[in-house]
Design a protein around this ligand. Structure first.
Ligand code: UN1
Length: 495
């Protein structure tokens, strides 16, 4: 069976039949065309429908809204294998990661169902007699969701599951490199809405397939109260500024240049697996991918040669095959960017292990480990490919300073069994990232925590903890149940 046939079969199980369209979807597995999709002709109309849906949805009680998300989780469970396989075909993830991505969707649905009964505000002490002050959280509006190719469906779900229980409507602009998984998810959402029944208004979750113009329409439209965008720093800078210009709200999940520190006391077996998965997993194409490694002198000779052996032996190939841990890069441009970064690393004296093209159709490359003499040049940039820069660094304070010495601030990790070092790393004076881990790698976060990063990563938080608050508007209510009107701050206004 060709990949196109397999894709059509998988899509059919999820209720999608492809027709002819102006956009060719390809698979990085072999570069072949796996289907055609039509661009959305009128993104503004999708926004209008979502806005009309919001006006009704906001009045549906939150636990009932949670029931829709429960249905979505149910439908996703039923189609986990098909959707996970489609993720592997469309963006090249190895099987367990394709399935893991769908599991992440299911997990956030479960979280959001519980959340639908916990959208609580505060009661606040007031200085006035016979008054009560409280905080209420109300639905916000239409949430625009702009996603990247590397997590083509999970990032939609992080946003969608929360936004739906918060009473918002959705408009999704998926990556141009991953339209088919988006069509599948849209069909699964519609099935969930059908099972849920009549109080899911039409247009509650809109899909806008298209290019940059479609994204700009969402960013510019004042009916889109929140734009949640995942992608590059330049994209986020443009989106953030344009949304701010109309006083909209932006939730930005941008680049990472994530580091890990290996200390002398580290459990090196554990560190090896942690570093290898974080650096090579998903072919280095996660925003949480480990890109910089600071190894103490006392651990260097025991650790780095073992890591190099892991790089030399890891299986690169068709992501659906058993034993393959590293699938393809998304396209030729990713390969070119990787080679340019490796050349720049060599120019500063870096010694490169790996990085060669693997000859087969599609863009396959061996992950590269680069020992660099200094923290400079390409080390400071995020290259969306499997490159790990390794430096010797024996002073913990210096290693933490280097961890923080990049413009991005997404994820970070320390491998140590020394309690003081672990605490120093997660303290206020430690890692400046949104995610700081001890004895696990930088990637693979669970949905229960808030996900996101500081500095050029954009500052947004999605997923767990109290990230839901970004999807709602807060009202402070002061209620006077007395018979007089005492003013705050002792102000007198006697008529
Ligand atoms: C991303 O790469 O855009 O922590 C998100 C992780 C995943 C999410 C990555 N749960 O690696």
């Amino acid at each position: 069976m060709t990949l196109a046939d397999e894709t059509a079969t998988l899509l059919a199980t999820m209720g999608v039949t492809l027709g002819a369209g102006d956009r060719a979807a390809t698979s990085p597995i072999d570069g072949s065309v796996i289907g055609e999709v039509a661009d959305c002709v009128d993104p503004g109309a999708v926004i209008a429908d979502a806005h009309a849906a919001f006006l009704r949805w906001r009045s549906v009680p939150p636990p009932r809204r949670g029931e829709l998300v429960r249905r979505l989780g149910e439908v996703l469970r039923e189609h986990k294998d098909a959707l996970g396989t489609l993720v592997s075909i469309e963006v090249g993830k190895v099987t367990s990661e394709g399935l893991g991505e769908v599991q992440e969707m299911i997990d956030i649905c479960d979280f959001a169902v519980g959340l639908s009964r916990q959208l609580h505000g505060l009661t606040i002490a007031t200085e006035r007699p016979d008054h009560r002050m409280m905080e209420t959280w109300h639905p916000l509006g239409v949430v625009g969701i702009v996603t990247a190719f590397n997590f083509p469906v999970a990032v939609w779900a992080w946003n969608a599951a929360l936004a739906l229980v918060c009473g918002d409507a959705l408009v999704w602009k998926p990556s141009e490199k991953a339209p088919l998984t988006a069509l599948a998810v849209q069909a699964l959402f519609l099935e969930a809405a059908r099972r849920f029944g009549d109080d899911a208004p039409n247009g509650l979750s809109g899909l806008v397939i298209g290019g940059r113009d479609a994204g700009e329409t969402i960013v510019e439209d004042a009916r889109v109260a929140l734009v949640s965008a995942t992608g590059s720093v330049p994209m986020g800078r443009a989106v953030g500024q344009r949304v701010a210009a109309r006083f909209g709200r932006a939730l930005l999940e941008l680049g990472g240049n994530n580091a890990a520190i290996v200390r002398p006391s580290a459990d090196l077996d554990l560190a090896l697996t942690g570093v290898a998965f974080a650096a090579m997993g998903t072919a280095g194409q996660r925003c949480t991918t480990l890109r910089r490694l600071f190894v103490d002198d006392a651990a260097y000779d025991a650790f780095v040669p073992r890591l190099k052996s892991a790089y030399a032996s890891v299986t690169v190939g068709d992501p659906r095959d058993d034993g393959v841990l590293v699938g393809p890069l998304i396209d030729e441009a990713a390969f070119d960017a990787m080679q340019a970064a490796l050349d720049a690393a060599r120019a500063i004296g870096g010694v490169v292990t790996g990085g060669e093209r693997v000859e087969r159709s599609g863009v396959y490359v061996r992950p590269a480990l680069v020992e660099v003499p200094e923290h400079a040049g390409p080390v400071l940039a995020e290259t969306f490919a499997p490159i790990l820069y390794v430096l010797r660094c024996s002073d913990l304070d210096e290693a933490i300073a280097l961890n923080n010495a990049v413009p991005q601030g997404l994820s970070s990790a320390i491998f140590t069994t020394d309690l003081r070092e672990a605490e120093a790393f997660v303290a206020a004076t430690g890692s400046d990232c949104g995610i700081a881990n001890v004895n696990i790698g930088t990637s693979g976060a669970e949905i229960g925590g808030a996900f996101g990063g500081e500095k050029e990563t954009g500052g947004g938080r999605e997923s767990g903890s109290d990230a839901w608050r970004t999807y709602m508007r807060r009202a402070t209510n002061t209620i006077n149940y007395g018979r007089t009107l005492p003013l705050a701050q002792g102000v007198r206004f006697d008529l």
